[in-house]
Design a protein around this ligand. Structure first.
Ligand code: FES
Ligand SMILES: [Fe+2]
Length: 422
């Protein structure tokens, strides 16, 4: 992100603080139909047209550093294997033997020179998934090996993250990320390493979990500290809506937090004292200062959100299990300057603080699903501050295709005039 955009964001925060109503001409949203969270029909449409045709994060390149290293991946339902080929390139195949469907590999992680199905030893190449050997081939009449290779899943990498897309004809990853990729580029994510991972299953629709991180309207109400104040001032939130359903949100600190951080005012963006934490190395110091002195998060369609930080950040991932259950994960990355798995004290404290925030967010989620299924809730009114949620829903409908969605389940296209470049 360049300095011009950073300054524009600062100006926009000034505007947000001063306004007394949504901007002139901002559209009135109709209620979001609550059946979008509860109906089988809508869930099936999302799985078929959103999750079967979106780039999602499956893991990190450093998990499989050598040729033949692999891990298995099931979060898009069908079992897959992600493997580094003899040529060093990472690819994804369905982990489904083309003989009788046994899993080709059973371990969650491993390394091998070839992929040999444990059932009858059909054997596949690690680079192109070709069927290269099978016992007693003479007993198959007219077996055409070339039609029995492991089926491929689209796979690419960006910033050290491995992405997969079930659509074999998927648009290139960088085209898909579009302007939103620029939010990560200055942070050289390929140099970061995992600090820790957490995961929980939350009994609610996947969008309930994602939407908790798309606005700060709730912030002071559920994230205030024991002294009764919150780190962020939601009236100082600025949002950028990008093509493709991605979005960004930068929120200024509250007066109390500004003081505690030794800033002169909320817009005094400068390097803060980050104590024992190693800072991400980047040439874009203005961007790093903005991350230090605000909360800045980027959301990638459909299912992951990254609250960025100068000394590292978590990636929050929302995986639908079924229409009312979601696997919520957070993977924390940082410029790791220690050896071994034991976290240094400052990171232990940070991880506990972050897990506490996640806990506060999780607290609402399950009861919300029960209410969504109750006749007591008729629809979901969304305000200007919550417009990233509307943006997510518009993109879901865009992916599904309006004609496939029953009229009572659709959301209107309203935000096109508000799309910006990163
Ligand atoms: S099912 Fe894999 S070799 Fe038979
Ligand atoms: Fe929250």
């Amino acid at each position: 992100m360049d300095s011009k955009t950073i300054n524009e964001i600062k100006e926009k925060i000034h505007y947000e603080v001063s306004r007394t109503a949504p901007p002139e001409g901002f559209p009135k949203f109709h209620d979001i139909p609550k059946e979008r969270y509860t109906s089988d029909e809508f869930y099936e449409l999302e799985m078929e047209y959103v999750f079967n045709d979106s780039w999602v994060i499956a893991g990190r390149v450093e998990e499989i550093p050598n040729s033949g290293d692999y891990f298995t991946f099931k979060k898009l339902k069908e079992p897959m294997i992600i493997i580094r080929g003899a040529d060093g390139v990472i690819r994804c195949f369905y982990n489904t033997c083309q003989h009788r469907g046994a899993p080709v590999v059973r371990e969650e992680k491993g390394s091998d020179r070839r992929l040999r199905c444990q059932y009858h030893s059909w054997t596949y190449d690690i680079t192109d998934g070709a069927l290269i050997a099978l016992p007693d081939e003479r007993d198959f009449v007219d077996l055409d090996r070339s039609t029995r290779n492991l089926p491929r899943v689209s796979c690419d990498t960006f910033g050290g993250f491995i992405f997969v897309n079930k659509n074999p004809e998927a648009a290139p990853l960088l085209d898909y990320l579009g302007d939103a990729a620029q939010m990560l580029e200055p942070l050289h994510c390929e140099n970061l390493r995992e600090v820790y991972r957490q995961s929980i299953v939350v009994p609610c629709n996947w969008k309930v979990t994602a939407e908790a991180f798309l606005e700060v309207y709730h912030f002071k109400h559920i994230h205030s500290n024991k002294d009764g104040w919150a780190v962020l001032d939601n009236r100082r939130a600025v949002m950028g809506l990008f093509d493709g359903g991605h979005s960004r949100m930068t929120t200024g600190y509250s007066e109390q937090h500004v003081k505690r951080q030794g800033m002169d005012s909320w817009d005094d963006w400068k390097p803060l004292d980050n104590g024992d934490f190693a800072i991400i190395q980047t040439e874009n110091t203005d961007f790093l200062n903005m991350l230090d002195c605000t909360s800045t998060a980027v959301s990638y369609f459909p299912n992951y959100i990254i609250p960025l930080g100068s000394f590292g950040f978590p990636v929050l991932l929302f995986w639908p299990i079924d229409k009312r259950n979601t696997l919520l994960e957070w993977w924390y990355y940082a410029p790791k300057d220690w050896e071994g798995d034991e976290l240094p004290t400052h990171w232990k404290i940070r991880s506990e603080q972050f897990d506490q925030i996640m806990d506060e967010d999780k607290y609402n989620m399950a009861p919300m699903q029960e209410s969504l299924e109750s006749p007591a809730l008729t629809g979901i009114p969304i305000n200007y501050q919550e417009r990233r949620i509307w943006h997510l829903h518009e993109q879901i409908d865009e992916k599904i295709g309006e004609d496939r969605i029953p009229e009572h389940l659709r959301v209107q296209k309203l935000l096109a005039p508000y799309i910006e470049s990163a």
